[in-house]
Design a protein around this ligand. Sequence first.
Ligand SMILES: CC1CCN(C(=N)N)CC1
Ligand SMILES: CC1CCN(C(=N)N)CC1
Length: 329
Amino acid sequence: TTGTIATDPEKHDVEYLTPISVGTPSQDLMVDFDTGSSDLWVFSTEMSTSDIKGQTVYDPNNSSTSEKVQGSTWKITYGDGSSSSGDVYLDTVTIGDLTVPNQAVEAAKKVSSEFTDDSHNDGLLGLGFSAINAVEPTPQNTFFDNIKGSLDAPLFTVDLKHGTPGSFNFGYIDPAAYIGNISWTPVDSSQGYWGFTSPGYAVGTGAFRNHSISGIADTGTTLLLLPKSVVSAYYKEIQGAQYDSDQGGYIFPCSPTPPDFVFGVNKGIVTVPGDMVSYAPADSANQNCFGGIQTDTGIGFSIFGDVALKTSFVHLHGSIVPGYYADCA
Ligand SMILES: CC1CCN(C(=N)N)CC1
Ligand SMILES: CC1CCN(C(=N)N)CC1
């Protein structure tokens, strides 16, 4: 079997929301497919109504196929300080034509304000490795790990786009989704993420600089977070670029378009066009833009988030064999 599902960018491509169906009869939710985490959790009827602002909630009592996992709980804190917690059900989960009959669905009892204020986002579907699933005492499998064995091939691909729907495909590689060659790189899943090491980068049309950059392919992070040395080398090339501590990042005049940012993936390269580095207006007054490239300070590794992924066709291979990048079609 194979499957495909469309994923839609929110404003400024801040996150991408993808429809899933949970329970019987099916309850349709829009969730954030996140390769940087490994829990499927959803807003639920177990939450206080003051934590819900517009989201659709999962009601396990309204599903004839839900089954409480007695004694199991979960709690997650994300990179941006947001958090959520709750208890666990097994229920039917469908993505496109793919169904897992007994998927662990983590029902939220509490969510932090970042999630409450994110009114279109009904939860997260982790596509990281199950080793970092947060359910206690018994960690649960991700949707991908549960479906992998029945796919034509143990893989999924990520094709996010700027300001228009993209897709997550399961079990096949769509040749129409990319042009040119595909470059493979080994995946380091030791931390539970889709980790890899880029051999270097280039700024605009400048020479390629050999500089190992170890990071993760992360659909749940909006920006491209890189080592300080790389980030300052990039912004050095933009007249008027500066670090703005109030905004917590580099800003620069929105025009002219900044230089492209190129990073290596094994023998291949991925180009982030300059107009995608101008992530969003920083202040209307003097037409500054907030950079889509910022530092990875404090994280411990770099994060190739949506800004890096939406310009390439990313294929994440389910077994511990190389995944690879290819340029977007
Ligand atoms: C290492 C961090 C990356 C961002 N996160 C995520 N996408 N869930 C949290 C973990
Ligand atoms: C990886 C997650 C980080 C937290 N999120 C949020 N604040 N809306 C969602 C994605």
